[in-house]
Design a protein around this ligand. Sequence first.
Ligand code: UD1
Length: 372
Amino acid sequence: MRSPQTVVSMIGTRPNFMKMAPVIRLLADHPDEFQQVVVHTGQHYDRAMSDVFLEQLGVGAPDHVLGVGSGSHAAQTARIMDRLEPLLLDVAPDLVLVPGDVNSTLAAALTAAKLGIAVAHVESGLRSFDRTMPEEINRIVTDQLSSLLFTHSPEATGNLLREGCRESDIHLVGNTMIDTLVTMKERCDTLDAAGAHGLQHGAYLVVTLHRPALVDGPLLRVALAQLELVAQSVPVIFPIHPRTRAAMKAAGLSAPSVLLAEPLGYLEFLSLVASARGVLTDSGGIQEETTYLGVPCYTLRDNTERPITCSVGTNILLGLDPMRISEIPELLRHAKPGGRVPPLWDGRAALRLVDVLREHAVVDSRPHIGMQ
Ligand code: UD1
């Protein structure tokens, strides 16, 4: 019998817990095939941004926590690399699995690749074609360093092929974040997050805004003023990301008619979104979750790296123009229910991904003819 593959599974930020949870659980269920080491970079560290997710998603405590915390892009990336390198040298894995597009993703991919360890990228190939976004830089570099590229949509596969990635390295497995949603949906449905916040089902707008382009400058003031206006006709709830809260505090901004909440746990947030009239966001993952749930989504960005949520799902790009927030009540009045769910967003993406890992082990254990 072949010895198990050693796989390091990286986590570190809120959106990536949901992308990795089903993969981590599956690998843990097959100890005869996979010896897994879960490493949390600590990029997100507040209880509400991290621990509560690991508890709700059944991931449990990571094997290692690097505790890097916040910092400039260079400092955060460097700190992760510095702390991960000795760990990878010690564990000597066959593969490092990195999800998404955050600084933790890039840092782990770079560290592993420089040590000659294979990198597998979960949610590969997404492109906004906007290099002012830190995430776009992280995506491009991570994909170039990865030898297993797991995509969730045909557009992502197309982007990788155009950038010269080998077709044999690309695997269209579907959306592992939607796996998590499918697994948790029943539990979400038993919660009444709307009621807990004094909101009526189907009659409120959920808002999440945290991207630097929007919150680290003058646009945040305009966005809050527009939300204040919208809240006169539709109740608005806004669970606030720490970055946004800090920016509001620094600029002395408030929105008295908007229900400002702390960041919510995964189950509470999904429950809130599932029974919302609509969602306004600049997040990536929420564009996908609303598409799956059939909830109208308005994205306050000029572009999206997830175009399938617009062509197939419920997403509409408003542009990076907070004045357009005022159109939302009218847009909601005319929103048609539905949209479709993209193929392979079916709750089985992690199963397909782990099958590829099995195959990869077989390929890699073949004798390398001529390599002496
Ligand atoms: C990061 C990701 C972004 C993702 C977002 C989801 C990068 C480049 N960006 O952005 O793609 O959509 O996570 O949340 O990696 N903070 C806390 N507590 C925490 C975490 C952060 O207070 O647990 C505060 C700190 O003041 C920090 C700021 O939030 O400076 C920003 O955090 P950081 O991880 O640098 O980036 P995000 O804005 O969260």
